[in-house]
Design a protein around this ligand. Structure first.
Ligand SMILES: [Zn+2]
Length: 153
């Protein structure tokens, strides 16, 4: 590879005799997928053990992803990659089982986990189960419609 002045991944300054075009860090990752896997594992551990760090990161990414240009690009990418097909394809029985195991013991087989908090808050408001389910499902329909419209931009 031709000599470059900076790492092709992170543009860190390289030694004049560098031939790979990568800094030491990226050369290691590049050479062995194990290093990348190990790194990913330790990052997951770090996130797990530091909820504040995770929350901060999430908030940061949420803020970035809400920027109009990011949203527009995400819409373009989603349509180009036909993500609705990919996700349907990858939805395995194991994933379905895992989704269901995340539900409370209140036996809500057809309520997606992301609506569980809403459901619980309605319970605290002393609404009856059929009413709670109706409201949660209405919210699901609203969200589905919103997603559909976002993709149809
Ligand atoms: Zn680098």
């Amino acid at each position: 590879m031709a000599m470059t002045s900076g790492c092709t991944v992170c543009s860190k300054k390289l030694h004049s005799q560098n031939t790979s075009g990568l800094c030491r860090d990226h050369f290691r990752t590049h050479k062995s997928p194990d290093v990348a896997a190990k790194r990913s594992k330790s990052m997951r551990k770090h996130y797990r053990e530091n909820p504040d760090f995770l929350a901060e990161k999430r908030e940061h990414m949420t803020r970035i992803n809400r920027l109009p240009e990011k949203r527009a690009q995400a819409s373009v990418n989603a349509k180009a990659n036909r993500i609705w097909e990919i996700s349907a394809e990858k939805w395995t029985p194991q994933k379905e089982a895992r989704r269901r195991s995340g539900l409370s013991r209140a036996a809500l087989p057809d309520l997606p986990p992301q609506y569980l908090d809403l459901y619980k808050s309605l319970k605290r408001k002393k609404l009856l189960r059929p009413e709670r389910l109706r409201i949660a499902r209405e919210q699901m329909a609203i969200d589905r419609e919103r997603r559909r419209r976002a993709f149809a931009l």
